[in-house]
Structures are given as structure tokens and as C-alpha cells.
Design a binder for this molecule. Structure first.
Ligand code: ATP
Length: 302
């Protein structure tokens, strides 16, 4: 059996509506995921024991030093889960090549989990017995979407997914920040900022769905929404400068990606995205910039 390589996409939340804190510590969400063409790659090769190596994808500016290389790594947890379900030993060497910012609000760890699930299933699950979507939901709320890709609305903790039709290609620029933000810390800050207020249940946006279906970047820009943005800005006030710079430089829309600190900017065209990325870099408001298009496919064997 030879090595299997799978790539899985980053996501940006084009609409994230966060309901009140539940008794179990989670929030009900209406989470509109949009996969973009920044991919991490996981290669799984038979080995005598489970090992993992993490590196930046060739040419990628993403720093990977903070990614754990033990059982906290989501790709490792995915490999162990597949092996446990099949009753085999997880004898695999994983190589994770990252192009998705780490702790950046783009679900890079979840992409690696999805990629490792698919790669290990290819290695060990001859009969296709496993339900990978079910295993993905066990690993984390964002993992099922990384398997699925495209654009989808996620209910519950975000894991109950329904695909959304998208009428065209959207052009994005991402401003990577120095350092990351912890997703639980951002949710906790969101709760703190909303303390004492009645928080309504999370809502779906018809405007957002219509803009996606029409493939209209202008309408999508007007409908972008992230309930976690005030919390991310509270923890990282410097991001306000980044968002303002993007708007000032002609982005159609700007928002914090998921729990941040990556900021996402919507452009009119490929050319516009290239100009915007260059101008943002020149202003010095980002550690580096990345360009991508969406929607992108979910986890795919290469
Ligand atoms: P999300 O948007 O899903 O909340 P994120 O994009 O903000 O996540 P990730 O890059 O997924 O953040 O990483 C979050 C944390 O998960 C990191 O700080 C890291 O310690 C841990 N982690 C575990 N496995 C991985 C992995 N394979 N790649 C990156 N981080 C990982």
C-alpha cells in the first residue's frame, strides 16, 4: 500500500449568527461556511507506528511552529479515530503541509482532520464501512464542512450541514495577523460583551442566501455578517485598522474570518484581489496577505 495525499480547504464564515450560551457551554449557530482555495495537504503513509510531521507548504508564509505534533494535533486524532472504529492499529506516518493560517479563524486544524480522516480511510477501510461525516462531527464542529466544501449552512454547533447553491466564483483577500486567537477565548469574550442582554436565537439571512445564489459579489459584500467580530476586535483592537484599510482601499466587503484574527476582504475580480492584496501589504496592516477564490471543493484525494 502506497501513500495517500488528501487536500482540504480553509473556510471563511460569510454569515455567523451566534445564539445565547447553552447549558452545555456551546452556542446555537447559524453558520454559513464558504470554502476557499487555500488548502492544507495531509499525506498518510504506512509506518510501524503513528508519527506526525508538520511543515509549511512550499512557498507558503504560514508559520507552523505552534502546531502541536502530539495527540493534540487534529490530524493525529482523526487517524486514531479511524483506526479505533476499524479495530486496526494506527500504523501511519502523517505529513501535514499547511497553507491555512494557524489559529487564524479559517479552520485549518479542522481541514487537517478532514484530510487525515479521508486519507486513513483510504489506507485502512477497504469496504468503505465508515461514515466519515459522522466521525468528522465527533472531531469538531468545523470538520464536517471541511469534508464537504462548497458553501453550506450549518445549524446546531455548526455541524448539521445543508449545501447552499452558489451562482459564481468569489474573489477573496485574506490578511494574516501576527499571532493567533483562541476560539474558546473569543466565544467567552462574546458572552462577556453580551452579558445582561437578551440574546435572540441565531438567524438565517435571506439576503445572504440570495447573494450567494446570484453569484453577486456586491450583494454578498452587503450581507456579510459575523457576530464574533466585536469579540475578536475587543481582544485584538489592532484588527480594526486592518478592516478599515481594506475598505479604504476599495474592498467590496470586509470582515473578521470566524473567530479571527485573519481578516477577509471581498474583491470584484481576480485583478482587483491582486491589487488589493498588494495595497494591504504596502500599508503594513497585515503579517502577510493571501488570495483565494470560493467556493472550493471539500477534502479530495490527490
Ligand atoms: P477555527 O476557525 O476552527 O476555530 P482556527 O482556524 O482559528 O480554528 P486552527 O488553525 O484550526 O485555528 O488551530 C486552532 C488550534 O488547534 C491551534 O492553536 C493548535 O494548537 C491546534 N491544532 C491542533 N491540530 C492542528 C493542526 N493540524 N493544524 C493547526 N492547528 C492545530
Amino acid at each position: 500500500m502506497t501513500a495517500i495525499t488528501v487536500r482540504a480547504p480553509a473556510k471563511v464564515n460569510v454569515g455567523l449568527s451566534v445564539g445565547p450560551l447553552r447549558d452545555d457551554g456551546y452556542h446555537d449557530l447559524v453558520n454559513v461556511f464558504h470554502a476557499v482555495s487555500l488548502f492544507d495537504e495531509v499525506t498518510a503513509a504506512p509506518a510501524d507506528r503513528l508519527q506526525v510531521r508538520v511543515e509549511a507548504a512550499p512557498g507558503s508564509p504560514v508559520p507552523v511552529a505552534d502546531v502541536p505534533v502530539d495527540d493534540r494535533n487534529l490530524a493525529v486524532r482523526a487517524a486514531r479515530l479511524v483506526a479505533a472504529r476499524l479495530g486496526v492499529e494506527p500504523r501511519v506516518a502523517l505529513r501535514v503541509r499547511k497553507a491555512i493560517p494557524v489559529a487564524g479563524g479559517m479552520a485549518g486544524g479542522s481541514a487537517d482532520a478532514a484530510a487525515a480522516l479521508l486519507a486513513c480511510a483510504r489506507l485502512w477501510d477497504d469496504g468503505g464501512r465508515l461514515d466519515l461525516m459522522e466521525l468528522a462531527a465527533e472531531l469538531g464542529s468545523d470538520v464536517p464542512f471541511a469534508l464537504m466544501g462548497g458553501t453550506a449552512v450549518g445549524l446546531g454547533r455548526g455541524e448539521r450541514l445543508t449545501p447552499l447553491p452558489t451562482g459564481g466564483t468569489f474573489h477573496w483577500v485574506f490578511a494574516m495577523a501576527h499571532g493567533g486567537l483562541s476560539t474558546p477565548a473569543v466565544y467567552a469574550e462574546c458572552d462577556r460583551l453580551r452579558a445582561g442582554r437578551r440574546v435572540p436565537p441565531p438567524e438565517a439571512s435571506d439576503e445572504l442566501a440570495a447573494a450567494l445564489a446570484a453569484g453577486s459579489a456586491k450583494d454578498l459584500a452587503a450581507a456579510l455578517h459575523n457576530d464574533l467580530q466585536p469579540a475578536a476586535l475587543s481582544l485584538r483592537p489592532d484588527l480594526r485598522r486592518t478592516l478599515d484599510a481594506g475598505r479604504d482601499l476599495g474592498a467590496l466587503g470586509a470582515l473578521v474570518s470566524g473567530s479571527g484574527p485573519t481578516c477577509a476582504f471581498l474583491a470584484e475580480s481576480d485583478r482587483h484581489a491582486a491589487d488589493l492584496a498588494a495595497a494591504l501589504a504596502e500599508r503594513g496592516v497585515a503579517a502577510s496577505t493571501l488570495r483565494a477564490t470560493g467556493p472550493a471543493p471539500g477534502a479530495t484525494v490527490l
